[in-house]
Design a protein around this ligand. Sequence first.
Ligand SMILES: Cc1cc2nc3c(=O)[nH]c(=O)nc-3n(C[C@H](O)[C@H](O)[C@H](O)COP(=O)(O)O)c2cc1C
Length: 193
Amino acid sequence: MKFLAINGSYRENGLNTKMLNLVKNEFLKEGHEFKSLLLKNFNIKRCEACLLKDLKECTPQRCFSLGDDFENIANMMKEADGLIFATPVHWYAPSALMWNLIERMTSLENTRNKIIQGKPVAVISAAAEDGSQSAITNIIVPLIHMGLFILPFGMTYYSGKEEDKETDEYLKRIVRNMIFFASQNSIKKHSWW
Ligand SMILES: Cc1cc2nc3c(=O)[nH]c(=O)nc-3n(C[C@H](O)[C@H](O)[C@H](O)COP(=O)(O)O)c2cc1C
């Protein structure tokens, strides 16, 4: 199976990347593919709030026509059997890069299509000290509303420390549970809306 992480960090080698490297090793050990995208390397324009003009205008096709990397990322999300969102804490919230992507994902949600619906997802985060729980919650709520399936124990975070063995165990649990969930074919066929 194929798994995809989306990293909202502003650095190549920060704590989110460190966590995702562990996650990658776990997926590869189990014989699965894993790709991690560093959002800062992609051009994702701001949401144009088409739905405020006319709800029917907020569609993936319209969003893809902005001519940036969003279509590419949406296609990678569609192909993935499970997703991990990783964000730094910026003022007790997800990074602006991550939030920009969530806003653009409105077009995937608005049409209730199958691009992301029913996919297992986990949300992880890194902070210097404090705020991971609020940043993670901020992401989890829209993802539930967009039809994704938050894994049991599907959240964990680093809080400034370079070593955090308990978080590492959580990351391994996330990989194990995501592989289990993603292998349930009847879940994939179900129409959640
Ligand atoms: C604009 C900005 C705001 C931040 N706000 C917080 C915060 O509210 N709480 C906190 O503990 N760390 C805060 N940090 C620190 C980052 O969360 C921390 O360095 C984290 O490790 C960054 O993720 P990364 O290591 O994956 O790059 C902030 C950093 C920046 C640049």
